[in-house]
Design a protein around this ligand. Structure first.
Ligand SMILES: C[S@@+](CC[C@H](N)C(=O)[O-])C[C@H]1O[C@@H](n2cnc3c(N)ncnc32)[C@H](O)[C@@H]1O
Length: 299
């Protein structure tokens, strides 16, 4: 394949941007969560147009993209109430998060099974942010998984949870990164309704083929999201969408039936450790190795 000189410069600029976000990303996740974009948040953010008025993230989850971008003004939403409680505690009462984590984790090594079972039972009878935090840091592989009835069902993980001091350091770091953000517990439609001309929106919804088991109890309709993205584009906001790419074999592209004319660029992200083997094809599509997901941009 022949590479044109302006494509090479474009690639170099993208890689310099990635390197700077890589250096400034949070050193460790606040929550351990399998759907988190933490590992490659710096790559996704490097594709954003950084000239925006306010940043909107309607499916904020563990906030990996939000914390990496660290916007001055932002709105972040999610329908999982206990998750938004964690974000609000981080902003309004970080000491409570630090103390709760330290109290539970200091006892944990003596009777881990008993403590995990108690916290899980407590969370399932009354879902709350503090217990969700403990469960996310101690459950098996960070697989925060809910049944259709909204109960968390993941067993205990074999790993040693991060020490209270490490967690406290992350609280301080992450609090600073989200100080300009307003967190809201609401469906994406309501959060996206707050978009105005000049805003930047990043959507990371439950993936069509792989995440219904993780977010089983939450209502999500992909078609509605696409309609909303179209509306936001029409009023002058820029929208980036992460969505299923190819299945593990890499042979089949997940079919999303997205109408034409909404997205201008489709980027296949290499989610492996090496991000260097990417190059541009026809000025539109980036292809990497180990491809597993897509980033679609309306600009
Ligand atoms: C793939 S995760 C987002 C992961 C996030 N980017 C991160 O790095 O952790 C999708 C999130 O959307 C939330 N969610 C599911 N349905 C929703 C809806 N209809 N409106 C808003 N949030 C929803 C889930 O609770 C979950 O936190």
């Amino acid at each position: 394949m022949e590479l044109r000189i302006d494509d090479i410069f474009k690639t170099m600029r993208a890689e310099m941007k990635q390197a700077s976000f890589f250096d400034s990303r949070p050193k460790g996740q606040l929550l351990k969560w399998i759907g988190s974009k933490y590992k490659y948040a710096y790559i996704i953010v490097s594709y954003f147009d950084l000239k925006y008025n306010k940043y909107i993230e309607p499916f904020v989850g563990t906030g990996a993209i939000l914390a990496t971008l660290s916007p001055k003004i932002a709105i972040a939403g999610d329908t999982l109430k206990p998750l938004i409680e964690i974000w609000k505690l981080l902003q309004d009462d970080p000491q409570r998060l630090i103390d709760y984590y330290a109290n539970v984790i200091n006892k944990y090594s003596f009777d881990r099974e008993k403590i995990y079972t108690e916290i899980l039972k407590k969370y399932n009878s009354l879902p709350n942010g503090l217990d969700l935090l403990i469960l996310s840091r101690t459950c098996y592989g960070g697989v925060v998984r809910f049944t259709k009835e909204g109960k968390m069902s993941t067993p205990i993980g074999p790993h040693k949870p991060i020490p209270p001091k490490t967690f406290a350091d992350r609280v301080i770091d992450w609090r600073e990164r989200v100080k300009g953000t307003t967190f809201v517990n609401q469906p994406f439609i309501k959060t996206m309704a707050l978009a105005r001309d000049g805003d930047l929106i990043y959507c990371d919804p439950p993936y069509i083929e792989s995440q219904s088991i993780l977010y089983g109890s939450q209502y999500f309709e992909f078609k509605k999201l696409i309609e909303e993205i179209k509306r936001c584009k029409e009023i002058g906001a820029k929208v980036a969408l992460s969505i299923d790419g190819k299945k593990k074999s890499g042979k089949r592209v997940v079919n999303l039936n997205i109408p034409t004319g909404i997205f201008e660029r489709e980027i296949y992200l290499d989610c492996g450790s090496s991000m260097l083997k990417r190059f541009q094809v026809n000025g539109k599509t980036m292809v990497g190795e180990d491809v597993s997901e897509r980033l679609l941009l309306t600009w």
